[in-house]
Design a protein around this ligand. Structure first.
Ligand code: C2E
Ligand code: MG
Ligand code: MG
Ligand code: MG
Length: 290
């Protein structure tokens, strides 16, 4: 039901062949076509400051409005894009859609939009240039954009990852380490990481109100992040209890179903307006935690 509310269909392999082989091939072909048209879109999920309930960011999550199969999630779309060698054009499209959306609240509301990068983007020497050109096209300042890189992508080529992040950050774009705490990153690596925020993975935040060991990990990660000058975002915050505990443990920002599910751009604008005017009661959540 949650996936349905998020507008995402669960991928089921072909029951006849028992494999996803031919289906995948078809999907790759269709994706090539989709990238030329307007079937690719983004859903937006708000991020809330746990101290005052203000919305301080929004993540753009790719969706594929498939003509016959409905709305497809990244779990289905990204592997096909990777195999077809289309990850770079896909990111280009998502970047474009995310910044186009940001124009609808910027500059009246200075809310940065986050875009997820994949491994293929880290080796793209053009990335910083494309980012600058897209910001330019929409007349947005670099601080309107946050780029998220998952920890494992960074660790696959730490040297390159660091360089890419440093370049982007120098240009004024915010940088974020996604799914933090699940991969193989070492503390030594964190020391030189050109990032603005860490996004603590859902697996580390989900039980925080019930499991003292999870709480201890969150608390020490908060201390670590803050000592390094990084903001800590908790992902996958599904309940009020979790949100309250994360606030008490010092997390800066929360993202998850407790605040809002990812939603189409057209729905996000009124949602943001309601939140800003205090009509969304979730803004009261942090008070419960402090
Ligand atoms: P992510 O960047 O860690 O994004 C968060 C994912 O968790 C999203 O799934 C979101 O819908 C889901 N989520 C948000 N709140 C909750 C919650 O409270 N509970 C639970 N259980 N889940 C929650 P989604 O949209 O299916 O995206 C999955 C992953 O796909 C993303 O994880 C990201 O790594 C990747 N992705 C999404 N869009 C893009 C994109 O444009 N480009 C690339 N390269 N990757 C993308
Ligand atoms: Mg992300
Ligand atoms: Mg994440
Ligand atoms: Mg995650």
């Amino acid at each position: 039901a949650k996936r349905a509310r998020e507008g995402v269909h669960v991928y089921v392999p072909d029951p006849v062949t028992g494999t996803a082989g031919s289906d995948r091939l078809r999907t790759m072909e269709e994706l090539r076509t989709a990238l030329d048209g307007d079937e690719i879109c983004v859903f937006l999920q708000p991020q809330m400051d746990l101290r005052d309930g203000r919305i301080v960011g929004v993540e753009a999550l790719v969706r594929w409005q498939h003509p016959t199969r409905g709305l497809l999630s990244p779990a289905h779309l990204l592997p096909a894009a990777e195999q077809a060698g289309l990850l770079r054009p896909l990111t280009d499209r998502v970047l474009d859609l995310a910044l186009e959306a940001a124009c609808r609240w910027w500059p009246g509301r200075e809310l940065p939009v986050s875009v997820n990068l994949s491994a293929a983007n880290v080796t793209d020497l053009d990335l910083a240039g494309k980012v600058a050109a897209t910001l330019d096209r929409y007349g947005l300042p670099a601080r309107a954009l946050t780029l998220e890189l998952v920890e494992d992508t960074l660790m696959a080529d730490p040297e390159r990852g660091r360089t890419v992040l440093a370049d982007l950050r120098r240009s004024g774009v915010r940088t974020s380490i996604d799914d933090y705490g699940t991969g193989y990153s070492s503390l030594a690596y964190l020391r030189h990481l050109p990032a603005d925020e860490l996004k603590l993975d859902r697996s580390l935040t989900a039980d925080v109100d019930r499991d003292p060991r999870a709480a201890a990990i969150v608390q020490s990660t908060v201390a670590l992040a803050h000592a390094l000058g990084l903001s800590l975002v908790a992902e996958g915050v599904e309940t009020l209890a979790t949100s309250a505990t994360l606030a008490r443990l010092g997390c800066d920002v929360a993202q998850g179903y407790a605040i809002a599910h990812p939603m189409p751009v057209d729905e996000f604008l009124p949602w943001l307006a309601a939140s800003d005017s205090g009509l969304v009661d979730v803004a009261l959540l942090p008070e419960l935690g402090r």
